[in-house]
Design a protein around this ligand. Structure first.
Ligand code: BES
Ligand code: MN
Ligand code: ZN
Length: 502
């Protein structure tokens, strides 16, 4: 699937279908809808009674005259003053999917599909591109035959820029395409089953991304981890035959190579069975998604490199399976993390915080400006915030504020949870420095408090993406399955990065 842009007049476009929009609270046609109506001698106005403008409502019309592209898709934009960037992404996705499901293979989205000027042309171009690309995503790598009646391959989306063509607009389209490759990479990795997306596979993927985009990548094997004293990560890894990997991937430009980096840490449990504290069988297959934090970091790193961001960014991805083998960690065991702090294992199913503990400690060597970790960390996060909002916690209000700002702009919703000192009591151990689980109450917060112990004096934020990394039903521009959550949020944060003084 390709994205192109054109200034050719709408009536001359050769795409299979042209998409136009109507508001639900405005009778008069506007923008591309008005234009198409004019060149087709009233195609849309003659069907006006059936076209309500209700958000996402679609009607396909056939033009007998006036258009090279014979088909017009009229899509509802909802109420005029309720239109948001998020809805524009959804509108583009619905339109692109409609075209795909109808068996067409190209579609034109004019910027004037959104009439009016409350959003600038570059913003509209970015959101239409993102929506279409993300909405059309599918994961077919393990299908040996195309689905019945399914479209072979959607060829391209044409963004029609008309008179609004500018370098800002074409830049926005190119950058959105780059961004979406990062999201798709993350989705692909999360959708990929655990027997294929192993720690070794993730490491090889990181190496090949690095090679093709100019990142630096190194991978620690278990021997090296042992030398570094990564007892928490190795503790989780000891129950499986699948070798663990610690992936280090770095982006910098010649100008930024020596600056204090932003470090991104992503949990990558390639399958979480729970270990000896084994999980119930129901829905356990979804635990292949427990590496979504790591996938988001890889996706983000790829985009950082391709956009040549004037920053130094380092991705750290501790990767292992969590299985109940004969040498697995047991409840009651005490392990020593790389920081030297000891951890009493209450449940082997609280494994994510263990591998993150060593990664967060490892991050200290870079003297980073800021550390952000992403992890499908707690089921409690789904109870607290559901499946559309990730939790954010941390030690830097500035960093959290920046993340919330990026969240507003990208539609990747986040919400803060408190980290009062009282919560720490829940993870106090009688015989070790801490326990790895703090009981049912405030489960996401006590997990955050656990991580905090490994980031003393650091600007740190933690995103719990347990509820948002996977969706059981298709959403506006997110087909069911892996969402790729985190990539757009982090890229937005990094594109607007202002140096944090030490
Ligand atoms: N990977 C899970 C959290 C999770 C649950 C992610 C559901 C996505 C969907 C994590 O490793 C885990 O098992 N957490 C435990 C912690 C508890 C035992 C302290 C949990 O949330 O139940
Ligand atoms: Mn677990
Ligand atoms: Zn887990």
């Amino acid at each position: 699937m390709k994205l192109r842009s054109t200034t050719t007049q709408l009536e001359k476009l050769k795409d299979d279908i042209i998409v136009v929009g109507t508001f639900s609270d405005q009778k008069k046609l506007d923008g591309a809808a008005a234009y198409i109506d004019r060149v087709t001698s009233g195609l849309i106005s003659s069907a006006r009674t059936d076209i309500t403008g209700k958000l996402y409502q679609t009607s396909m019309l056939y033009a007998s005259t006036g258009l090279t592209a014979k088909r017009v898709l009229v899509i509802g934009l909802g109420k005029k003053n309720e239109l948001t960037l998020e809805k524009i992404r959804g509108i583009a996705a619905q339109a692109a999917r409609f075209a795909n499901e109808t068996g067409l293979s190209t579609a034109a989205l004019p910027l004037q599909l959104i009439p009016g000027t409350s959003f600038d042309a570059a913003q509209k171009a970015a959101c239409l591109s993102e929506g279409a690309l993300l909405g059309l995503y599918s994961f077919k790598q393990f299908k040996t035959k195309p689905e019945n009646g399914g479209n072979t391959e959607f060829k391209h989306i044409t963004i029609h820029t008309g008179s609004e063509k500018s370098t800002a607009v074409s830049g926005a389209i190119k950058d959105s395409e780059t961004l979406c490759t990062g999201v798709s990479l993350a989705r692909d990795l999360v959708n990929r089953p655990g027997n294929s997306a192993t720690p070794t596979f993730l490491a090889n993927t990181a190496r090949s991304i690095a090679k093709s985009t100019g990142l630096t990548c190194s991978v620690l094997d278990e021997k090296k981890m042992r030398r570094l004293g990564m007892g928490a990560l190795l503790g989780v890894a000891q129950g499986t035959h699948e070798p663990a990997r610690f992936i280090i991937i770095e982006h910098a430009t010649p100008q930024t190579a020596h600056m204090a980096p932003v470090v991104l840490v992503g949990k990558a449990i390639t399958f979480d069975s729970g270990g000896i504290s084994i999980k119930p069988a129901n829905n356990m297959e979804e635990m292949k998604t427990d590496m979504a934090g790591g996938a988001a970091v890889l996706g983000t790193m790829q985009v950082c490199a391709k956009l040549k961001l004037p920053l130094r960014v380092i991705g750290l991805i501790p990767a292992t399976e969590n299985l109940p083998g004969g040498s697995a960690l047991k409840p009651g065991d005490i392990i020593t993390s790389m920081s030297g702090k000891t951890i009493e294992i209450i449940t082997t199913d609280a494994e994510g915080r263990l591998i993150l503990a060593d990664a967060l400690h490892y991050a200290r060597r870079y003297k980073p400006q800021a550390i952000i970790d992403l992890a499908t960390l707690t089921g409690a996060c789904i109870i607290a915030l559901g499946n559309d909002v990730s939790a954010v916690m941390g030690s830097s209000e500035t960093l959290i504020e920046r993340l919330r700002n990026a969240s507003e702009q990208t539609g990747e919703k986040i919400w803060p949870l408190p980290m009062h000192a009282e919560y720490d009591e829940q993870i106090q151990s009688d015989i070790a420095d801490m326990k790895n689980a703090g009981g049912r109450g405030g489960g996401s917060i006590t997990a955050g408090c656990f991580l905090k112990k490994f980031t003393p004096d650091m600007r740190w934020a933690h995103l719990d993406i347990a509820g948002t990394a996977w969706t059981k039903q298709t959403k506006a521009y997110t087909p069911k399955g892996a969402t790729g959550v985190g990539v757009r949020l982090l890229v937005n944060l990094l594109r607007n990065w202002q140096r944090m003084k030490s």
